[in-house]
Structure formats: structure tokens, C-alpha cells
Design a protein around this ligand. Structure first.
Ligand code: NDP
Length: 449
């Protein structure tokens, strides 16, 4: 890359920081993409003339709103709601809602920025957006959750629509929350508009496999990375962080492919079970009883619960971070590599810090960044939208095969793009470059928008 070009990209990044002060996660996500775009601008100088990078770094629309709600004791609470509509060049804004106390504009913008590129990789007609609230669903009753969701949707509904903006779940937003959100949307608009939300329940417009899709998809991606290296998932020892939606179905697919998962976690601690994690128990504790992972050890005396433990210190060959951003730092990455880890597949969004990413790339292990590896969730959301549009519902096997094909294609196209730019095996560069080219090629013909 020429020095002039490098300086140009650096200047764009400095401007992003100046225009978005204090939004560290957003800066991190932008930097990681911009760092890989030099060769793309050399090949497509028109993208620089059209100021595509500057345009994609500025969301089309950012909505921030008050969410007042009452708890079971009648006390009033005020939370903040967000929806950042990043880019709709390829299709309606699409991306989940996160309810977690750590949520602020910088988190939603990093997620929306990642989402835009991830969605482009799927090859489906979906743009990028993300939303959520600093509301903490933990410890709330079902009625409190319902009142919060109804208040949230009472503001958000006016910005949504099956051809405009289509949210889904994310951290803290699962089937229960999506039900309350969809119910309120239907009530306010008087429209049964199935395509306005994805991740819906099977009885009210949802798609089979959506629940499993992110986790299954991430494992399909790891399977493909290992295939290139003439290796496989079968027989490998694995560690999966988190114990939410993505983690559970990552563990399920790993087990189905003959791997052994020895550890998982929540934000309080980790469970290590050398015999292999009992997934039925995890599902019961987390999906049905909404309990903490520490309860696992009371059912299995040979399992160890370590409060505040670091899951990346548990030796494994495959690591699948599936909890949250920046959960693997440089030191964790070094520990993983030292302990014999040969593949990392990111189910979570941006779970590895830049220092950690560098360790994986330098060690030349199979490293699948979230943008590519966890795209199966949103891809299956797009399949849900297809079924809603045609008033159809597909079988589990048919939908799972489509998911598998999509993940296999995302793997091969990101691999080939990296190879074409002389960066064989670098899926970070491949995913960033390919998705940026797709977004840019959709933006240019639409004029200055
Ligand atoms: P869930 O809410 O179902 O589960 C999240 C899990 O991660 C829980 O075990 C939670 O523990 C843990 N966790 C969340 N935040 C933190 C934190 N700040 N520190 C430590 N642990 C934390 O969310 P999902 O499984 O849906 O999402 C997990 C990741 O996958 C996120 O990065 C999300 O953006 C990403 N993702 C999700 C998709 C989906 O389809 N759901 C699609 C693509 C990516 P605890 O219960 O203690 O909070």
C-alpha cells in the first residue's frame, strides 16, 4: 500500500474518532476494517473518489429514545433505547436488539457497523442496523419484561417495517422478549406483519433452525477452515464461552460432529467438565429455569465451578468465544496457542481484542472472525423473512441445509478473496475486503445517498 493511501485511511480514522468521541468499541470495529482496505482502494480507486469509507462510517440514521416502565412494586424506571440504522444499500436495515446494562451508543454503533459487513457476506438482500437498551433483564419477572418491551416498542415501531428496518434478538433478547415486542407492534399498527421481526416463535411466524443458526453456523465455518487444513472437528477438545443462545447451539453442533466440549461459562464463572458438558442440563438450567451456570456443579459432582475463572486457560484444540466483545485479550490468545489451540471460531461479535487477533494471525492458526463465522444467525433471519413473504414454512432439514450451504459459501468466498489479494488464510482481511466491496458496489449505482 502506498504511503499516501495509508495516510488517507489514517485521516479518515482520525475523523471517525473526532466525530464519535468516547465510543471506544465503535473506534475498534472501524479501525479493524479500515486497516485491511488499502489493497481494495488500489484496485477500485472509484471507491475513494466516491468517499465510500467516509459514508459507511456514518450511520444513515441514529435514534435514541426514553423507555419508561413500572416494576412489580409500582416503582417507575427510565431506560434508554437505541436503534442505529447504518446502511440500507443492499436491503432494509437488519440486526438484533441487545438488552444489557453495558449498552450505550458506542456498543450499538460497533455492532451495527459489524452487522452491515456481515450481512453483505451472506449474499442475502439485507442492510445493516442494530439496537437495544441499557435495561437489564436479569432478575426481572415476566410481567416486568413485558412492560419494558411494550414501552420500548411503543417508540420504536414507527421506525420499523418489513421493507424498512427488521430487528431480531441479541444478548438479553430471546424468544420471550421478541414475543412481547411483536405483540406490541401488532397491537399498535393493527397489522400482522411477520417480516418486521425475526427470531419469532415457531407458532407465530418463526423459522425452524433460527434458534440454532448462529451456533450451528459458527461450527460449520470452523469445519470448513479445518477442511482446508486437511483436518476436522471430530475428536477435538473444545471450549465455548457463554451459555446463552449462541453458546448452547455451538456446543450442540460440536457434539453432533464428534467433538468434546469441556468448558462453558456465564458472566460469574466457568464450568469445567472433563467428561464432556451435559448439554441437556445446560439447556434446562438456562433456557427453562433461567438459572446461573454455578448450579451445574450441584448436578455433576465431577464438574468444577470456578467463580471468576478464565475459560481461555482451559486447554483445548478449538475455542469458540460466544459471550461478548473483547473477551479474549492478547494474553488469553497466547495461552490458547501455547496450549495447542488450532482453531478459533467467533460466535460472539468482536470477542477478540486487536492484540489477540494479532497473536492468532501470527501463529497462523485457523481464525474465523465473527463477521464471517457468526453470520449464520442473520442469514437464517433472512430465510425467515423469505418464508414470511411467501407464507411458507420449511422443514428443519431443508433450512439447516440452506444454512450449511450459506456458511460454506461465506467460508470459500472469504478465503478466495484473501488469496486473491495475496493474504492466503487471513479470514479477517478476506471478510473485510469482500464485504466492503459488496457494500460499495451496491452504493455507487444508487448515487450520492
Ligand atoms: P445471550 O444473552 O443468549 O447469552 C449471552 C451469554 O454471554 C450469557 O452466558 C452471558 O452471561 C454472557 N455474557 C453476556 N454479556 C457478558 C459480559 N459483558 N461479560 C461476560 N459474559 C457475558 O446472547 P447470545 O448468545 O444471543 O449472544 C452472544 C454473543 O453472540 C453476542 O456477542 C452477540 O452479539 C453474538 N451474536 C448473537 C447472535 C444471535 O443470533 N443471537 C448472532 C450473531 C452474533 P450472563 O447470563 O451471566 O450475562
Amino acid at each position: 500500500m502506498t504511503v499516501v493511501l495509508e495516510e488517507k485511511i489514517e485521516a479518515i480514522f482520525r475523523q471517525v474518532i473526532a466525530r464519535n468521541p468516547g465510543e471506544e468499541e465503535f473506534h475498534q470495529a472501524v479501525k479493524e476494517v479500515l486497516e485491511t482496505l488499502g489493497p481494495v482502494l488500489v484496485k477500485y480507486p472509484e471507491f475513494a473518489h466516491q468517499k465510500i469509507i467516509e459514508r459507511v462510517c456514518e450511520p444513515e440514521r441514529q435514534i435514541i429514545f426514553r423507555v419508561p416502565w413500572q416494576d412489580d412494586k409500582g416503582e417507575v424506571h427510565i431506560n434508554r433505547g437505541f436503534r442505529v440504522e447504518f446502511n440500507s444499500a443492499i436491503g432494509p436495515y437488519k440486526g438484533g436488539l441487545r438488552f444489557h446494562p453495558s449498552v450505550y451508543l458506542g456498543i450499538i454503533k460497533f455492532l451495527g457497523f459489524e452487522q452491515l459487513f456481515k450481512n453483505a457476506l451472506t449474499g442475502m438482500p439485507i442492510g445493516g442496523g442494530k439496537g437495544g437498551s441499557d435495561f437489564d433483564p436479569k432478575g426481572k419477572s415476566d410481567n416486568e419484561i413485558m412492560r419494558f418491551c411494550q414501552s420500548f416498542m411503543t417508540e420504536l415501531y414507527r421506525h420499523l417495517g418489513e421493507h424498512t428496518d427488521v430487528p431480531a434478538g441479541d444478548v438479553g433478547v430471546g424468544g420471550r422478549e421478541l414475543g412481547f415486542l411483536f405483540g406490541q407492534y401488532k397491537r399498535i399498527t393493527n397489522r400482522y406483519e411477520s417480516g418486521v421481526l425475526t427470531g419469532k416463535g415457531i407458532g407465530w411466524g418463526g423459522s425452524l433452525v433460527r434458534k440454532e443458526a448462529t451456533g450451528y453456523g459458527a461450527v460449520y465455518f470452523v469445519r470448513e477452515m479445518l477442511k482446508v487444513r486437511k483436518n476436522s472437528v471430530e475428536g477435538k477438545t473444545c471450549v465455548v464461552s457463554g451459555s446463552g443462545n449462541v453458546a448452547i447451539y455451538t456446543m450442540e453442533k460440536l457434539q453432533q460432529l464428534g467433538a468434546k466440549v469441556v468448558a462453558c461459562s456465564d458472566s460469574n464463572g466457568i464450568i469445567v467438565h472433563e467428561k464432556g458438558i451435559d448439554l441437556d442440563l445446560i439447556k434446562r438450567l438456562k433456557e427453562v429455569e433461567r438459572r446461573r451456570i454455578s448450579d451445574y456443579a450441584t448436578h455433576h459432582k465431577d464438574a468444577k465451578y470456578i467463580a471468576g475463572g478464565n475459560i481461555w486457560e482451559v486447554p483445548c484444540q478449538i475455542a469458540m468465544p460466544s459471550a461478548t466483545q473483547n473477551e479474549i485479550n492478547g494474553k488469553d490468545a497466547m495461552t490458547l496457542v501455547k496450549n495447542g489451540c488450532i482453531a478459533v471460531g467467533e460466535g460472539a461479535n468482536m470477542p477478540t481484542t486487536p492484540e489477540g487477533v494479532k497473536v492468532f494471525l501470527d501463529a497462523k492458526i485457523a481464525y474465523g472472525p465473527g463477521k464471517a463465522a457468526n453470520a449464520g444467525g442473520v442469514a437464517t433471519s433472512a430465510l425467515e423473512m423469505q418464508q414470511n413473504a411467501s407464507r411458507d414454512s420449511w422443514t428443519f432439514e431443508y433450512t439447516d441445509k440452506k444454512l450449511d450451504d450459506i456458511m460454506t459459501r461465506i467460508h470459500s468466498t472469504t478465503y478466495e478473496t484473501a488469496e486473491a489479494f495475496g493474504l492466503e488464510g487471513n479470514y479477517v482481511a478476506g471478510a473485510n475486503m469482500l464485504s466492503f466491496i459488496k457494500v460499495a458496489q451496491a452504493m455507487v449505482p444508487l448515487g450520492l445517498i
